[in-house]
Design a binder for this molecule. Structure first.
Ligand SMILES: Cc1cc2nc3c(=O)[nH]c(=O)nc-3n(C[C@H](O)[C@H](O)[C@H](O)COP(=O)(O)O)c2cc1C
Ligand code: SF4
Length: 664
């Protein structure tokens, strides 16, 4: 059982703005310096299933930034736990040295560290050799999302897995970690045992609630027996999996109450990995309100005496403070908040809240990378996950006069980076407002938060004392007058408008024109979406909400094909509710009269949409790079970043801005 400490502990003025957030919490003798938690998240940094230098550097950055507790990513406790090709494993003593080095690095910066212990049961995504693995679950009940039909575990295998948890916990203790967290959230194995619609067993491991809780009880007791009284044992659980056949809030809370004597804390989340709709909650995108899981956590807090943690879009210290002050939870997971800004806790403690680079819930480089099997990062802060290469900026060898042309995300990041290295930097923007295409992206429905990237970068521009020149178009004449030592070109892109066969009866406009309010689309609209990103679906959603009947013709397999999965599925759900008709495999061919001709890409056959008033083109962009030749002709050092190099997304823009700022 846990005891809670009082409010004392933070330094004199430290944390004065957020007294609840910076009050220490003691759990089983382990004192957490504040209530900020980095929840377990698979970074994909480890390369061979063991902790490596990149993972240590990643967590050291967060510990240095002031986090109270780090829970490390899931670690498999049994060979059958391999749910991705890159899972960290805790199945033999070979894992101990890596975890030991990680614990030392985190402790060295004053934070505590627990490890997540994991078995996915039937939630198997992929295997290292590309073949389908044999998945094991309490019963042979299929998984919808990964199309897995699991085998029912034998009692012998269950014993083996329970022993696997205990052995893994013993290794974590040997490595010097402060505790472990058993992952019973998101529909993974322990949740499958708890769920009467997934656990259909008639033996001692199933049946009534006590039978279904038996697996977790055995796991928790085996862990305690394998470690010692000073070791923290927590449980992560979904307070309702938000799916028809998912574990309910009542079942989850009932299990926590029944198991409380064997637990030191409960970490509340929501959703399930088992379905597309439930999985959105694993890393909820910006369409979800900040801290939306807190009311669920509050129900657990009312029923339990052990501390309750919560996570889910708690992006700012103000939000965390309000949750703690309202008594909804004892600790706030702020995971993506620290992927975006590892120094967030320290800034909050100093009251420098305007300096925090707030996460915008885009999911692109954090969980988006996870789903691509790539290391974690952040579109706003590409240094995350690249601590070894970009953890410290090399000072400029010689102070140069640097002109950065274009104040979109690429230009702003380049300017900030070059200035921090010691260069004299001026950032030139032809328009009235810095921000580039992010200014348009924030106009898409339920994507207003995307504008945060502009606010955050502008604040960094200010802090780095970059001179900003707005409303000036840089020409050859300006370049000659300024005679800079180096130019970083970040002039962005403009919409690609192909030469379409059309007789003019249908209004043909670009997404940019719609978003800027320059045109008024008609009652029946075809949105032609070649990029398969958020622009086409976003425009479709906006027009449907404005009353148009919309066909979204995607030149891909499905809506949002290139988007992070949880963003994609959230958009798909909204378009379905709005009755937007999505046509996959659709290449825009042309228009005649009020008919729009599409071509089915695999078969080449025609598809027609009749009675159309407007076609909105979302067909990608073309670089604006005219100045590159001029700079080269003038013999000035040239670097290019972002869409002017090749039109892509804000993520590439910001990362290339960083690289250009380092290279200059
Ligand atoms: C890249 C990434 C990987 C994740 N992997 C895990 C995981 O291994 N275990 C887990 O319990 N949750 C995982 N999650 C969910 C997070 O722990 C957390 O609940 C989620 O990010 C919501 O909190 P936030 O809004 O503070 O980011 C992951 C999230 C992200 C972004
Ligand atoms: S990539 Fe987007 S969601 Fe992920 S941490 Fe960065 S801002 Fe937040």
């Amino acid at each position: 059982m846990a005891e809670q400490a009082g409010q004392a502990g933070a330094g004199a003025d430290e944390g004065a703005m957020f007294p609840h957030l910076f009050a220490p919490l003691t759990i089983r003798g382990v004192t957490l310096r504040n209530r900020i938690l980095s929840t377990g998240h698979d970074t994909v940094l480890p390369e061979d299933g063991t902790v490596n230098a990149a993972l240590i550097a990643y967590h050291a950055a967060r510990a240095r930034g002031g986090v109270g507790l780090i829970v490390t990513q899931v670690a498999g406790v049994h060979e059958t736990a391999r749910y991705t090709a890159h899972l960290l494993m805790a199945t033999d003593d070979g894992c101990i040295p890596g975890y030991r080095a990680l614990a030392e690095a985190v402790h060295g910066h004053g934070a505590a560290v627990f490890a997540q212990l994991f078995h996915p049961g039937r939630e198997i995504m992929e295997s290292a050799d590309g073949l389908l693995a044999v998945a094991y679950a309490p019963s042979s009940v299929p998984n919808e999302r990964f199309h897995v039909m699991p085998r029912a575990l034998t009692p012998r295998m269950i014993d083996e897995i329970v022993a696997g948890y205990a052995a893994a916990a013993r290794r974590m203790r040997a490595a010097g970690l402060d505790g472990v967290e058993v992952v019973a959230s998101h529909g993974y194995l322990p949740a499958q045992f708890l769920n009467p619609r997934v656990n259909l067993r008639g033996d001692v491991w199933g049946g009534d609630a006590a039978g279904r809780q038996r697996f977790l009880r055995e796991v928790l007791r085996a862990i305690r027996a394998a470690t010692d009284e000073g070791f923290v044992i927590g449980l992560r659980i979904s307070a309702g999996e938000r799916e028809e056949d998912g574990l309910t809030a009542v079942e989850a809370l009932g299990a926590c109450v029944a198991l409380e004597a064997d637990l030191d804390y409960v970490n509340v989340t929501t959703g399930t990995s088992a379905t597309l709709g439930g999985a959105v909650h694993i890393a909820p995108p910006m369409a979800f309100a900040p801290g939306y899981v807190a009311p669920d956590a509050a129900a657990f807090k009312r029923a339990l005496r052990v501390p309750v943690f919560v996570a889910g879009r708690i992006n700012q210290p103000q939000e965390a403070e309000a949750i703690l002050a309202a008594g909804q939870a004892d600790m706030c997971g702020m995971t993506r908040a620290m992927i975006a800004d590892p120094e967030m806790p320290g800034k909050a403690a100093r009251g420098a809240v305007d300096d925090i680079r707030a996460c915008i819930g885009c999911n692109q480089a954090c969980i988006g990378h996870f789903h691509k099997g790539m290391p974690v990062s952040c579109i706003q802060h590409p240094e995350t996950g690249r601590e070894m290469a970009y953890g410290t900026l090399p000072p400029a060898v010689r102070r140069k006069r640097v002109m950065v042309v274009g104040a979109g995300p690429a230009g702003m990041k380049a300017a900030v980076t070059a200035a921090r290295r010691g260069h004299e930097v001026t950032l030139w923007e032809a328009g009235a407002q810095p921000g580039g295409q992010a200014l348009l992206a924030q106009l898409l429905p339920r994507r207003a938060e995307f504008g945060g990237i502009v606010t955050n970068l502008l604040r960094e521009v200010e802090r780095a004392q970059v001179r900003l020149r707005r409303g000036v178009r840089v020409t050859e004449e300006v370049l000659r007058d300024e005679a800079p030592d180096a130019v970083i070109l970040a002039t962005g892109a403009r919409p690609h408008v192909p030469d379409l066969p059309t007789d003019g009866a249908v209004q043909v406009v670009t997404a940019w024109q719609v978003l800027r309010g320059e045109v008024r689309p008609g009652a029946r609209v075809v949105v032609a979406d070649w990029r398969c990103d958020w622009i086409g679906p976003g425009v479709a959603e906006a027009l449907a909400k404005a009353g148009s009947s919309v066909v979204l013709a995607v030149n891909g397999l499905h809506v949002g094909e290139v988007l992070p999965l949880y963003v994609r599925d959230n958009i798909a759900a909204e378009l379905h509710r709005l009755r937007v008709e999505v046509r996959p495999y659709a290449r825009l061919y042309g228009t005649a009269g009020n008919t729009v001709f599409l071509q089915h890409t695999p078969s080449g056959e025609a598809m027609e949409v009749e009675g159309v008033d407007t076609v909105v083109l979302c067909l990608g962009h073309r670089p604006v790079d005219d100045l590159a030749d001029v700079v080269e002709r003038l013999g000035i050092e040239l670097h290019m970043a972002g869409d002017c190099l090749a039109p892509r997304t804000a993520e590439e823009a910001v990362f290339e801005g960083l690289k250009a700022g380092v290279a200059v």
